[in-house]
Design a protein around this ligand. Structure first.
Ligand code: FHN
Length: 427
């Protein structure tokens, strides 16, 4: 088999990923039957519910206040440029009208194809759309047990001896991915989740699956959770287009074996739960989200922030207000985020982070500084400096620092320096 040259694969990925780099900030949406128990999306497994106990939620699921256009408008207000919705999570419940199962939203009192309404509404608001699809499936009879936490049904006395045909499940999974990518218009991201020992790579027939995905939607971006290693010099076909750290930010820019920068996206929750959780303690602040976004972009990464709609189809108010506050910051400072990436040859300053786009360097002052902000590392490289939010001049002293009392305080100070044109990383 012809092994595509490493450079070709890398260059093709760069071409596919351009909008993703410009976007930098997206909305993750975990929604499904688990919103009714309101104890997170793993509730069926963690509480070892039988299929009958969980059926209660199926029989009553009717999100009367589901208005995806409202969700899309919130995402826009937040400065988000794309969104990824769970089309099927581990519980196997399909938010779309799949012809391969009865376990779907159109068979609940909702009687709606929730995925179709999502993609149409978000596209109408100008956002790119992605679909999350769980490789695990606790409802499908041919999905095997893997430890008691992965498949509560297998632990139930009534099911322990049930025979299953895993290849039949893989056929089902492939067929559903094909219907999502052929029946819902242009999909921009396919977000698979997740592989683990024994259930990874060709166990999913991943090369065949990715070939089908790319044939149906040649422009699409695929995440890296099918089990391939995108850091390899010659990554396998299913290695993915972007790496996907979760609930955190890599310490350094992500690179492959040849030290070439790789695209990546960190996904985070707002309150430590992906699925709706009635206890709304431990929410992050808007400043936490902004700083995480700056941190990601300073290392060529994207940030996907999760919301957990309720059983009625509404995004929790607390999440809405946090995202609106982030959006206000991005209105003033988005130029230092969208389409930006790692600063070339500029180590992280002690007072914050740099992001760069073309010849402009953005200095994100994030620490409380007394006296002066040192620009030592930029000596002789700056033509002029302005506060990004209001365009006011930043006076740089002959000692290459800036008097900090010319600013209101950290987080509101994002200076853009006229950085001499240099090559920038292509991500
Ligand atoms: O088990 C899932 C979890 O429920 C959630 O969907 C996250 C989101 O990245 N992915 C898996 C845990 O890594």
């Amino acid at each position: 088999m012809h092994k595509q040259r490493s450079d070709d694969v890398y260059e093709q990925r760069l071409e596919r990923i351009k909008w993703f780099r410009d976007a930098r900030f997206g909305m993750f949406i975990h929604w499904g039957l688990y919103a009714i128990p309101a104890r997170g999306e793993w509730v069926r497994s963690m509480e070892r519910m039988s299929i009958e106990d969980y059926q209660t939620y199926f029989d009553e699921f009717d999100p009367l206040r589901y208005q995806p256009r409202v969700w899309a408008q919130l995402a826009k207000e937040a400065g988000m440029k794309y969104a990824v919705l769970t089309a099927k999570h581990h519980d196997g419940f399909c938010l779309f009208d799949s012809q391969y199962t009865e376990y779907k939203a159109t068979n609940t009192p909702a009687k709606r194809d929730l995925v179709r309404e999502f993609v149409e509404a978000f596209r109408e608001e100008g956002l790119k759309v992605g679909l999350y699809y769980s490789l695990l499936d606790w409802h499908h009879p041919d999905y095997p047990a893997y430890g008691d936490r992965q498949h509560p049904m297998r632990d139930h006395p009534d099911y322990r001896e049930v025979q299953h045909e895993f290849p039949r499940y893989v056929d089902y999974m492939h067929a559903q991915v094909e219907e999502l990518l052929s029946g819902y218009g242009r999909i921009d991201i396919m977000w698979f989740d997740f592989s683990y020992p024994g259930f990874s790579g060709e166990a999913w027939r991943a090369t065949e699956l990715v070939n089908k995905v790319r044939a149906l939607q040649p422009h699409i971006l695929i995440d890296n959770r099918l089990g391939g290693d995108m850091h390899a010099e010659h990554p396998v076909a299913y290695a993915g287009d972007f790496a996907g750290p979760e609930q955190g930010v890599p310490r350094h820019p992500v690179t492959d074996e040849l030290a070439r920068r790789l695209p990546w996206e960190s996904c985070i929750t707002l309150n430590n739960s992906w699925g709706y959780h009635a206890q709304d303690w431990r929410y992050k602040t808007a400043q936490d989200v902004i700083r995480t976004l700056v941190n990601c972009v300073s290392k060529n990464g994207n940030l996907l922030v999760n919301v957990s709609p309720t059983a009625k189809g509404e995004i929790p108010q607390k999440a809405q207000s946090i995202l609106r506050e982030v959006g206000e910051w991005l209105l003033r400072n988005g130029e230092s985020i969208y389409g930006c990436g790692e600063a070339v040859d500029q180590p992280k300053p002690e007072w914050g982070r740099y992001t760069q786009r073309e010849h402009i360097l953005y200095a994100h002052l994030m620490e409380q500084v007394i006296g002066h902000v040192s620009l030592e590392g930029l000596r002789g490289k700056i033509k002029k400096a302005r506060v990004l939010a209001d365009g006011s001049e930043v006076v740089i002293t002959p000692f290459w620092n800036v008097a900090v009392d010319s600013f209101d305080g950290p987080d509101d100070i994002f200076m853009n320096f006229g950085y001499p044109a240099q090559e920038t990383y292509p991500l």
